[in-house]
Write a protein that binds this ligand. Structure first.
Ligand code: C2G
Length: 164
């Protein structure tokens, strides 16, 4: 991975994200980004900025940044501290194309004055939120709730069957 001093020629691509509980949707996006240029810069949301986004990530910024930085084709990881830093990052790193998943479609069109803006289709069926929900369902405390609900339903069905 390069340091901020190296400025190779070619087309520079930029994206941002939380990348919590890194999953195939994140990987498919980054793979497509690496095919769009010669240098890929990924802004990873800091824990504090996540809180501002109303998100509490499971994995720390340091670990999320390390995971993203280890992916083949990611040349530089920078911290994302605020919504407003994109224009300055685009200027500082000579970004040619800014790319986000299409759940953000239209949200960053103002950056079209500075560089190309592209929204790519999200990978359907996976998200950090869904993974968290699945993990919660496996939580023993939650399983007790489910068990008592199943018992009540079974008793109700048995009672109903006795009545008919
Ligand atoms: N993504 C995707 N497919 C999924 C899930 C996410 O393509 N199944 C994309 C999103 O569209 C986004 C990137 O992966 O472009 C990172 O997603 P998140 O980690 O959820 O980041 P987000 O909360 O969207 O933060 O300033 C921009 C924000 O930091 C983006």
């Amino acid at each position: 991975m390069e340091t901020t001093q190296e400025r190779p020629g070619g087309r520079t691509v930029l994206t941002y994200g939380t990348f919590d509980l890194f999953h195939i949707g994140h990987l498919r996006l980054i793979e497509r980004l690496t095919a769009m240029g010669d240098r890929l810069i990924v802004g990873v949301s800091s824990d504090e900025f996540n809180a501002a986004k109303g998100k509490r990530s499971v994995v720390s910024y340091e670990d999320r940044a390390a995971i993203v930085g280890a992916i083949r084709g990611v040349d530089l990881v920078i911290p994302e501290h605020a919504w407003e830093q994109k224009a300055a990052d685009i200027a500082e790193y000579g970004v040619d194309v800014f790319v986000m998943g299409d759940d953000w479609r239209g949200k960053f069109d103002d950056l079209e004055e500075l560089c190309e803006v592209v929204y790519l289709p999200r990978t359907v069926g996976v998200s950090s939120t869904e993974i968290k929900q699945m993990l919660r369902a496996l939580d023993p405390a939650h399983l007790d709730e489910l068990q008592s609900a199943v018992t009540s339903l079974t008793n109700l069905l048995t009672h109903y069957r006795d009545l008919t």
